[in-house]
Structures are given as structure tokens and as C-alpha cells.
Design a protein around this ligand. Structure first.
Ligand SMILES: [Zn+2]
Length: 145
């Protein structure tokens, strides 16, 4: 555990989260500010700031769990693709975002936008009940609970 880390607080139970499933090494939770319904986060239980510093076992586990969840999300949300991206700017504890891709711009890069000034804002936090409902539906549908 790492002090002042939101995800370490969630992993230790000090902060709430809508957990979808846990493995011995990773946790899957609903993003509280979803880009699209079903936006999930996959994170290792071990604190590590940058993905390139993860052990090969934890990095492989992150990818394998991401693939499993992507298959489930594709079927659940009837989308052709699930985006998988690791950035780490918001919380410096390795986590992958899994986003059911409804539009090609659901996960994009500033470099694809040919404008000098682009307003940027995080998606609004969804009501806690909405995230809880989504998480419960996915846990039940995925038979992970
Ligand atoms: Zn952490």
C-alpha cells in the first residue's frame, strides 16, 4: 500500500468503490466518471506508478483480465470494440481503462484534433446509484460475484 493513493485506499477498503471482481493480483471496478456505461478500471493490487515498472506477471495479468472483461463488455453492450488504455495521469497507480467504444472518439488523442484550443474536462461523475446499478448488473451478468 502507498500513502495518499486513492487506489491503494480502495484496495485496503478505506475508500469505497463499485468492485466488479477481484483476482489474487488484480481488481476490476466501475469508473465513477464513465466515458460510456460499462467503463471499467483494471488495476493491480500492488502499488506501482508506471506500467513499464510492473513485473511481467502483473503486466500479463492486467492484460489477460482486460481481455476477459473486454469480451464480456462487447457482448453486454453490443459494441464492436472495447478500448484499453493506460495513462496514469489521474491516479498514479497503474490502471487500465476499458471503455465500450460507441464512437471512434470515445478514447482519442489530442493529436488527432486539429485545433489549437480544445476545452478539456473529465466526464461528469455519475450518480453513485447509477454506478452501483451498473456494477451490480455487470457482476450478475458476468457471473463474477
Ligand atoms: Zn496505489
Amino acid at each position: 500500500m502507498f500513502p495518499d493513493c486513492l487506489f491503494c485506499d480502495i484496495l485496503s477498503g478505506r475508500s469505497p468503490a463499485e468492485v466488479i471482481c477481484r483476482s489474487r493480483s488484480h481488481l476490476v471496478m466501475a469508473d465513477p466518471a464513465p466515458i460510456r456505461p460499462g467503463h471499467l478500471l483494471v488495476l493491480p493490487r500492488h502499488h506501482c506508478a508506471c506500467f513499464e515498472d510492473l513485473s511481467p506477471v502483473l503486466a500479463g495479468g492486467l492484460m489477460r483480465l482486460g481481455q476477459t472483461m473486454a469480451r464480456l463488455l462487447k457482448a453486454e453492450y453490443d459494441v464492436p470494440r472495447v478500448g484499453f488504455v493506460i495513462t496514469g495521469h489521474d491516479v498514479p497507480h497503474v490502471h487500465a481503462h476499458l471503455v465500450p467504444m460507441v464512437e471512434p472518439t470515445d478514447i482519442t488523442s489530442r493529436r488527432y484534433i486539429p485545433l489549437d484550443e480544445v476545452p478539456f474536462a473529465l466526464p461528469p461523475r455519475a450518480p453513485r446509484t447509477e454506478i452501483a446499478d451498473t456494477a451490480e448488473r455487470l457482476r450478475t451478468r458476468f457471473e463474477l460475484a
